[in-house]
Design a protein around this ligand. Structure first.
Ligand code: KIV
Ligand code: ZN
Length: 511
């Protein structure tokens, strides 16, 4: 009989630590609900002690999901643990996840503690966490670079103190699959009380081995995998949920392990994340990239026509990709849209569906074919947009090569007040950004400006991503519109709104 692996998703915590991947509370709750639909066992909702914003987001997630556990991360410190428990206690099944580093490097330079002090802190942290919450996970940060004997002692102590899950992170993506599997096997065999806890792994992708290391550890006996959607996370990211889950499914013959993941929700979940954080999924990304099921070479196409299994080890449908591109048009009805929304992983109320339906109809007046990406862009635009501090009311732009400087006239609402101004720039987008900056009274540095067509054709919606920085804080804004100048203005405002939100947030002290 197959053994069950627990999938612990940390997109909302480690994933959010990925540069530029900040999400607001509404977006986090939206993503948490999708993770629940995906069937993850545990959602790590955030790091409550990091900032009031993080605390509130974790609390909101704890109240919003009911079919999976909700974990909060905290350092091995009483105040952090208390704050964490406050945030998650409303969850149907709360988990405190506390950690401390155990490698010589981290103990000496980061913590400035002796090993015996770290051991004591781990014990106190787990004991205290256990007094608040029945489910306690303990992580030995930088475990893969820790001395085995010491790591074993810390793990044993944490289990004796009441830890139900022991997580062994490869924090800097240093481990190699065989070696990492061996470490897990060694801990399971040599730690006296290892049978009393579930062993978990948390692998980073610095050498591109996060999924390989995770699979090696599962083969060796770990029963929880810590993962993120599309592998986002610190530096080169974390282990991708889609890679581990599909490897276990496609190679069930080898692993004999199962997960509770609804694999048809993998693609919709990764797409949703990509839309929320404004970062496209790389086309060559395993499982969920645009090219993952594309066959270019003649030999491959020929093989595919004869038997799909010649070049496909899984079907696009098995991960929730329809395999067809065109879906809706001017004459499509509400039922077609409702079915499409479901396929894309959106669970909207009737009222929200009507709002999107109206937007689809408006768009269908401007372009012939409405693709999946168009529908997603509209849903996120109409339903999940952050409440704006700054909102665009009207925009007109003059540009050309007649010697008149490109000019923008902007009408905006800032904190409920209408403001109008016109200004110039090197080009139309520059004129729009300058005028908006003048109105809001700040001039952030533009780090990145990216325009792409959401779909093909000259009538495609333009999707604009803008990355800005002010006083060391950066923010990404994204928007789409049939007019790329309007999309640019909205993306810039979206970034300014996110920047305003971030000001409330303290820098993370650790990790
Ligand atoms: O990478 C890491 O070590 C972590 C731990 C806090 C689990 O993210
Ligand atoms: Zn990590």
């Amino acid at each position: 009989m197959s053994e069950r692996i627990h999938i612990f998703d940390t997109t909302l915590r480690d994933g959010e630590q990925s540069p530029g991947a900040t999400m607001n509370q509404r977006e986090k709750v939206r993503l948490a609900r999708q993770l629940e639909r995906l069937g993850v066992d545990i959602i790590e909702a955030g790091f409550p002690a990091a900032s009031p914003g993080d605390f509130e987001a974790v609390q909101a997630i704890a109240g919003a999901v009911s079919n999976c556990r909700v974990a909060g991360l905290c350092r091995s410190m009483k105040a952090d643990i208390e704050r964490c428990y406050e945030a998650i206690k409303g969850a149907a099944a709360p988990r405190i996840h506390t950690f401390i580093a155990t490698s010589p490097l981290h103990m000496q330079y980061k913590l400035r503690k002796e090993p015996h002090q770290v051991l004591e802190m781990a014990k106190d942290a787990v004991t205290f966490a256990k007094s608040l919450c029945a489910d306690v996970e303990f992580s030995a940060e930088d475990a893969s670079r820790s001395e085995r004997e010491f790591l074993g002692r810390v793990v044993e102590t944490a289990i004796d103190a009441g830890a139900t899950v022991i997580n062994i992170p490869d924090t800097v993506g240093y481990a190699q699959p065989e070696e990492f599997g061996d470490l897990i096997r060694w801990l399971l065999e040599n730690v006296r009380n290892s049978h009393k806890a579930v062993f978990s792994v948390h692998c980073h992708n610095d050498l591109g081995l996060a999924a390989a290391n995770t699979l090696a550890a599962l083969k060796a006996g770990a029963r929880q995998a810590e993962v993120t959607l599309s592998g986002i996370g610190e530096r080169a990211g974390n282990c991708s949920v889609e890679e581990v889950v599909m490897a276990l499914r496609v190679r069930h013959d080898l692993y004999g392990l199962e997960t509770g993941i609804q694999t048809e929700q993998l693609y919709p979940s990764c797409r949703l994340l990509s839309r929320i954080i404004g970062m496209p999924i790389p086309p060559y990304k395993a499982i969920v990239g645009r090219n993952a099921f594309a066959h270019e070479s003649g030999i491959h196409q020929d093989g595919m026509l004869k038997n799909r299994q010649t070049y496909e080890i899984m079907t696009p449908q098995s991960i929730g990709r329809s395999g067809t591109d065109i879906v809706l048009g001017k004459h499509s009805g509400r039922n077609a849209l409702t079915a499409k929304l479901k396929e894309l992983g959106f669970n909207l109320s009737d009222e929200q569906t009507v709002t999107v339906f109206d937007a689809v109809k408006r768009l269908a007046d401007k372009k012939k074919q409405i693709f999946d990406e168009d529908v997603e862009a509209l849903v996120l635009e109409e339903i999940y947009r952050i409440p704006d501090k700054h909102a665009l009311k009207a925009l007109s732009v003059l540009s050309g090569n007649m010697g008149v400087p490109p000019t923008a006239a902007v009408v905006m609402e800032t904190d409920g007040q209408e403001k109008k101004l016109s200004g110039f720039g090197m080009g139309p987008v520059d004129a729009v950004f300058n005028t908006i900056s003048e109105i809001v009274g700040i001039k952030p540095k533009l780090l990145e400006y990216l325009v792409s067509a959401v779909t093909g054709g000259t009538d495609a919606q333009g999707e604009v991503t803008v990355r800005i920085e002010l006083n060391g804080q950066s923010a990404v804004g994204r928007s789409s519109d049939g007019d790329i100048i309007v999309a640019s203005a909205k993306a810039y405002l979206n970034a300014l709104n996110r920047l305003a939100k971030k000001e409330e947030k303290k820098e993370w002290a650790v990790l």
